[in-house]
Design a protein around this ligand. Sequence first.
Ligand SMILES: Nc1ncnc2c1ncn2[C@@H]1O[C@H](COP(=O)(O)OP(=O)(O)O)[C@@H](O)[C@H]1O
Ligand SMILES: [Mg+2]
Length: 266
Amino acid sequence: MLEIKNISKTFHPGTVNAKTAISGLSLKLEEGDFVTIIGSNGAGKSTLFNAIAGAFYVDEGNIELDGKDITFVPEYKRSRNIGRLFQDPMGGTAPGMTIEENLSLSYLRASKGSNPFSRITKKDKEIFREKIKTLNMGLENRMNQPVGLLSGGQRQALTLLMATMVTPKLLLLDEHTAALDPGTAEKVLNLTKEIVEREHITCMMITHNMHQALELGNRTFMMSDGKIVLDVRDEEREKMTVDDLLLRFREGAGRRLDNDRILLSE
Ligand SMILES: Nc1ncnc2c1ncn2[C@@H]1O[C@H](COP(=O)(O)OP(=O)(O)O)[C@@H](O)[C@H]1O
Ligand SMILES: [Mg+2]
C-alpha cells in the first residue's frame, strides 16, 4: 500500500553543511501493517516521515501510496490521506480554538478537502462528541473550551482523534508519547492501539523504546545512516528479544547502537 523506491534526501547539498539524511531507502508496506521504527538519533527517522508526508520532495526515487505516485504531490494534499503525530503535544492542535473547532477543522480538511462551501452540521457535532467520549477523558463536557487548557496527554489524545477522524490511509507517529509522563504515555499508547486496530489503519511508529518496538504492531524497522538496516516481522519478530534486536542492529549497521536513551529505556 506504501511503496518507496530508492529515495534519497540531502540537506544543504554542495555546501560544507551538506547532510545526507536519507540514502537510497526502499520499503514496501502491506495493507494493515503496523511498523515500529527504531534507530539512533540522527538516523533519518523523522526525515523519512517528512519525505512520506511531503514536507519536501525527495532528491531521487519515488513514493507510491495505494498505487498512486505521490512523489510530487504537495504536502497539503497528502495530508488528506496521511495522518501525523509528533512528540510535542502542542504541535498538532490550534491552542486558541475550542475542542469542537479543532475537530471541525481536521474533519473538514480530511473529508472535503479545500471546498470553501463545506459546513459542519449538527449531526457532525454529535459525531464529534461521541468520538471524543471514547477517549474516556471527560472531554465531551469541554467541547467549547480552548485546547490550550488541556494537559499534554489530553492534547495528544485529541490530536490522535483528529488525525484518524476520517480514517487515513497511513498514520505516522513520531515518538508521540515520548514527552508524556509514563502513566499518560501508556494511556495514549493504548488508545493508539485501539484506534489503529479498530479502523485497520496502516501505521508507522517511531519509538526509542526497544520493548515497545517489539511489543507493538507486526513489524519492526531499524534505521541507521539514512537506511533501513533491519526489517523483521511476524513469527521471526515474535521470538526476538531486545538483546537479539541490538545484535541484529550491530550486524546490519556495522556498529553498536549508540543511543543511551534507547539502551536505558525499559
Ligand atoms: N531540515 C533540516 N535541515 C538540515 N538538516 C536536517 C534537517 N532535518 C534533518 N536534518 C539532519 O538529517 C539527519 C537526520 O535527522 P532526523 O531525520 O531528524 O533523525 P532522527 O529522527 O532519526 O533522529 C540529522 O543529521 C539531522 O541533523
Ligand atoms: Mg526524530
